[in-house]
Design a protein around this ligand. Structure first.
Ligand code: ZN
Length: 601
């Protein structure tokens, strides 16, 4: 339990909302013996969306189907309805892929990795020409246009195929649908169908299984591949999950893909596992004018204590805050930053613990925000510390989180302010997809060294002083994987935590940390990706997973920094839980997943 308690404890200490304990798993939860860790089950949005973000009207409910053919007709219709609803959306899509090699002791482990981030335009048809031709051209073909970071993709390709089963021809003319059984996925009862393309209906048709919820008959999960495959090429296998984030619709959120066979005698061809996440459905398209209701009227009041002009130092600080606010707002608008929320309260508590014990009194309180992407990075702008979802996911405990935040707090304390040029508003006028070209918060090496030194000094005075072994161990295991995980370790806005194949961030802490011992099952140096932070793909809000730890039974279960299958706990939006609390997942329903986080207990 060691590695999970801190998040839950902190959450309780900073939140007035009573949390459900994590140990009341429903027995209806499907058990995935082969899926050792799962995706964050994503939060339900509040029952009412803000007026600024009008959500699509739920489709009309027809009479309940009485035959299986009518059920098929219904989900075919609902799939078309989903495609139509999403035509105006340009969600963010992220794929993180780890190529695997066989380690005799640890099983398949990452050999190298790839990272892709883009915006999808769902108004155009999906072209399925980008299948794999051979190993070498895999990226080019499979990942389509994802080779450029954060570029708008007008033809979603590769890993994003499986957001729909078949965009154009998903119907009884092209497919046979065979009813299998009823089955619960999380709280949602589903009808399970096997789907096979009819003979001669063309290449690249969906082949696999779908789960259809039995209230409105929306597809909630697709699992399979595309067939028949063209000669000298093949499609890969995918498991695609949707979440009920707005009434009447289940929107694509997670796609897991895996290929490779490491059994004896198999010639090792291609082996990888990849997670694709989709979020930012409620983002506005670039250049699309907001409606009048969207004009913000908050924070216009001048709340300065005196009515005089600012002194030179006060003006400098105002200027920095203006830059900070500009950057935070711009990153959020681009779908890269979560809105201010519960997780930030937890992060701020950790920062506060360091500040108080070091008698640090800053003119403005330090704020924190969560970067929604997977690569491990932190940066700061003005008094705001930003930490990535991927880093929060993999940190094993509160002291290692304190380590990550302390480095940025040190930059703030030392006055290493980088962002002031962003106080000029013209510098915020760029397209979302060019965010990484227009914003950057990388410090010079001297400031990095100074920040590390200051951070370690502050940590040694902090409540985390006796627990820095865990932080050092995290850096040590990161060091062992740094050569294989260069994409995960490439920061896009801040400084890298590693250079080449060696960890540079706070590396002094590694010296006093214990050695990495794979066979010591209670030594959890770092967690797999996806175990801590739940992201709501509709409104980009994040919260922490409160899942039950799953016992580690072998060194292969540890999977530090690794990609694992998704297994979100499905619930209906606005569903009422046992306590009669409506909707919001931070107060509703039992723990979100079967096995979200690998953890010692
Ligand atoms: Zn730094």
């Amino acid at each position: 339990m060691r590695t999970l308690n801190w998040m839950v404890t902190l959450l309780l200490s900073v939140s007035a909302v009573a949390q459900q304990p994590a140990d009341t798993q429903s027995t209806s939860q499907p058990v995935q013996m082969s899926a050792p860790a799962a995706a964050p089950a994503t939060a339900q949005p509040a029952a009412t969306q803000p007026a600024a973000n009008p959500q699509p009207a739920p489709p009309q409910a027809g009479p309940q189907p009485t035959t299986m053919d009518q059920v098929v007709d219904r989900f075919v219709l609902r799939e078309k309805g989903l495609i139509t609803m999403l035509q105006t959306r340009t969600p963010v899509i992220e794929t993180y892929l780890q190529n695997l090699t066989l380690d005799p002791a640890l099983g398949p482990v990452p050999q190298n990795d790839k990272y892709f981030l883009g915006r999808m335009d769902l108004s155009t048809s999906i072209d399925r020409k980008d299948y794999i031709k051979d190993d070498q051209s895999m990226e080019k073909h499979l990942l389509g246009g994802f080779s450029k970071l954060f570029k708008v993709q007008y033809q979603p390709l590769g890993f994003s195929w499986m957001i729909f089963a078949d965009r154009n021809d998903f119907d009884r003319q092209h497919y046979d649908f065979r009813y299998i059984r009823r089955e619960f996925l999380g709280d949602v009862r589903c009808l399970v169908f096997d789907v096979t393309p009819k003979p001669k209906s063309g290449q690249g048709r969906f082949l696999g299984r779908i789960w259809v919820e039995d209230q409105d008959y929306n597809i909630v999960r697709l699992n399979g591949t595309y067939a028949p495959r063209p000669r000298n090429a093949y499609f890969f296998h995918m498991d695609s999950w949707r979440l009920n984030l707005i009434p009447g619709y289940w929107v694509p959120a997670f796609i897991y893909s895996e290929e490779g066979d490491f059994s004896a005698g198999v010639k090792n061809q291609m082996a990888f596992k990849a997670q694709t996440r989709i979020w930012g459905y409620d983002l506005k398209k670039d250049g699309q004018s907001d409606e009048l209701t969207n004009i913000k009227v908050d924070s216009v009041q001048d709340d300065s204590p005196t009515a005089q002009d600012a002194s030179p130092l006060a003006a400098e600080r105002e200027w920095q805050q203006q830059a900070e606010d500009n950057v935070v707002e711009r990153l959020q608008r681009a779908g890269l930053l979560a809105p201010d929320g519960e997780v930030d309260k937890i992060l701020q508590t950790v920062v506060n613990n360091i500040e108080v014990t070091n008698n640090i009194d800053l003119p403005r309180p330090v704020r924190t925000r969560v970067l929604l992407t997977s690569p491990l990075e932190t940066f700061s702008v003005g008094n705001t510390i930003v930490i990535s979802r991927g880093l929060i996911d993999t940190l094993p405990d509160e002291s290692s989180l304190a380590m990550a935040l302390a480095h940025e707090l040190a930059h703030i304390v030392l006055g290493h302010n980088l962002g002031s040029k962003y106080a000029f508003n013209d510098r915020m006028l760029f397209s979302d997809e060019s965010t990484y070209q227009n914003l950057g918060f990388k410090h010079i090496p001297e400031e990095e060294t100074a920040a590390d030194k200051k951070a370690i000094e502050m940590l040694k005075n902090s409540p985390y002083a006796q627990k820095l072994d865990a932080a050092g161990l995290f850096l040590r295991i990161l060091n062992t994987r740094a050569g294989a995980l260069s994409a995960l370790l490439t920061a896009h806005l801040g400084n890298n935590m590693a250079e080449g194949a060696a960890v540079t961030r706070m590396s002094q802490l590694m010296g006093s940390a214990p050695q990495v011992d794979w066979n010591k099952l209670d030594q959890i140096a770092a967690l797999p990706l996806g175990g801590r932070v739940k992201l709501n793909p509709w409104d980009d809000k994040v919260e922490l997973v409160k899942s039950q730890p799953v016992a580690i039974t072998s060194a292969r279960d540890k999977m530090p920094f690794e990609v694992t299958p998704f297994f979100p706990r499905l619930t209906r939006t606005g569903a009422t839980d046992n306590n009669g609390v409506n909707g919001n997942a931070s107060t509703a329903t039992p723990a979100p997943t079967t096995a979200s986080v690998k953890s010692a207990n």
